[in-house]
Design a protein around this ligand. Structure first.
Ligand code: AMP
Length: 205
């Protein structure tokens, strides 16, 4: 099973990815997590990415494509993977298409989270307030200003992927504003009906 989770920052992609990992015994590949780990480890990629991420901008396509290309060749990806936060541009989607084709692999679906951006902003604002009140550390890009920028980046460069994957017949849309359990159930139902519709045809004798 190879899936993409598509939706703006804060839509709940990471939470749902964790549930799909457990359900399908596949791995979650979050480019955001990988870039944050690289930044923490102080690798050249991580150092370059850190400033860009803190500003709420996207890191260059070739950087994330190289990360994903290396990662999907690891043995733990053999059973499948969930891409969370990648691709984020049409150029990344094209690169992914080539990467998969070179390996004789295909995607099983692209799950699009439909959300209300105003509600996402309010959620971040209250989470930041609560965490600050408890003295907990915040992610450098976890604040309303940066989230606004990340949402703007989503609208301009990532949202065109909705049409891109719809054209490919891979898009499955779920209402991301429902409860966590309801969103998981909607994803499972969408995948099951997609599978039923795309079952290989029995050959006529
Ligand atoms: P995320 O945790 O997915 O919200 O990603 C955090 C930040 O990492 C983003 O705001 C970008 O700066 C960077 N990033 C993560 N994935 C990508 C990607 N596919 N393309 C470009 N930048 C990315």
């Amino acid at each position: 099973m190879r899936l993409i989770l598509l939706g703006p920052p804060g839509a709940g992609k990471g939470t749902q990815a964790q549930r799909l990992v457990d359900a399908f015994k596949i791995v979650q590949l979050s480019t955001g997590d990988m870039l944050r780990e690289a930044a923490k480890a102080g690798t050249p990629t991580g150092l370059k990415a850190h400033e860009v991420m803190a500003r709420g901008e996207l890191v260059p396509d070739d950087m994330v494509v190289a990360i994903i290309s290396d990662r999907i060749d690891q043995p733990d990806c053999a059973n499948g993977f969930i891409l969370d936060g990648f691709p984020r541009t049409v150029a990344q989607a094209e690169a992914l298409r080539r990467l998969l084709a070179d390996r004789g692999l295909a995607l099983d679906g692209v799950i699009k989270f439909k959300v209300d951006e105003q509600v996402l902003l309010q959620r971040v604002e209250s989470r930041v307030k609560e965490m600050s009140a408890r003295g907990e550390p915040l992610r450098a890009d976890d604040n309303p200003d940066t989230l606004s920028k990340r949402l703007a980046a989503y609208r301009t460069v990532t949202r065109p992927l909705v049409d891109y994957y719809s054209h490919e017949g891979l898009l499955l849309t779920v209402d991301g504003m429902r409860s966590i359990d309801e969103v998981t159930a909607a994803i499972m139902a969408a995948l099951a009906s997609y599978k039923a519709d795309h079952k290989p045809q029995a050959r006529s004798p």
